[in-house]
Ligand binder design. Sequence first.
Ligand code: SF4
Length: 366
Amino acid sequence: MKITFPHFGNVYIAGKAFFEELGQEVIPPPKSSRKTLEMGTKFSQETICLPLKVMIGNFLESIEKGADTIVLTGSCGPCRFGYYSILQRNILEELGYNVEFIVLDPAGEGFKRLKKNAYTLFNAKNIRDVYRAGKLGWQLINKADYITDLSNKKRAYAVNSHEVDAIIDRYYRDAEKTFRAKELMDLMDDTINELNNVKLKDGFEPIRIGIIGEIYTVIEPFVNMEIERKLGHMGVLVDKSLTPTIWVEHHVKSFPFGSKTERLKYKKAEPYLKTLVGGHGRETVGSAVYYAENGFDGAIQLLPLNCMPEIVAKSILSSVIEDYKFPIMTLILDEMTGEAGYMTRLEAFVDLLYRKREEKKWKSII
Ligand code: SF4
């Protein structure tokens, strides 16, 4: 069994070490690129949402490198993600590839199948093996996210923000060459030390922006055009409302009740949206309220074109903007999105937030 999975932010770093530690052979997906997207777009239905297209490209690239088993998480509720594995299997079969799909569906969708898939993937003989594997996976993903978060913080305050990029790029390159968890953990510790040694500006107060929206576009840097880096270089402190850690904590670690953070978002969203609308639509609204109440300067909603849950959330966000006088910009991403226009919109939004802050300062003096 040669395992691969979609490229999803930093998950490939933790995923590679995790499966290697469990004795599985892993073919990590190459970083998503223009070529990945072109391949995926060519073989996917035109109107399907962007993440499916990029994932098809990921799978084709991994299959070329020898992968024969695709691992994917499942979903339930009113969103196309629940059909991804079926659609993707059909696309790959039509192209003549006979790969196995192992889908980790939510436990509520059938515990028996989830157990069988988890035992196969984790090379587990009993529940203790599953628990041990889960614990290791949690540690790896947690640390990988900690590094991403730390780099976002350092970039905003750094005297030379490109120094942070250099450290992170080196970490990504070296992570591909590591084998198993211990080696990766050591590399992660070194990276944290390097990030902590980056020289910071004195007395600088960055603009704070919360990134909200559809999970894949919030997490995958190729799709969101490295929004964290772009904003970081403008001296903006970025906080992401969704990360792999937040997802695992809510859907796996705190199952069946859900994590405290996500339950808080539901509560914050309640005056505007009481029910599940699929994907993370409800969390988007809740996160916007959270950022507005917690002193952030603004928020950016990211969504792929045609994403139903986020279109619902977008229509509700105008009420949050009005009620909290809180600026929120929406960026819709698809295969036609151009980098220059995207950058211009980010710069204009950051300028607006700086101006708003200055106005507030003057009003408090007068
Ligand atoms: S959340 Fe949106 S983009 Fe993601 S699968 Fe559902 S509809 Fe598609």
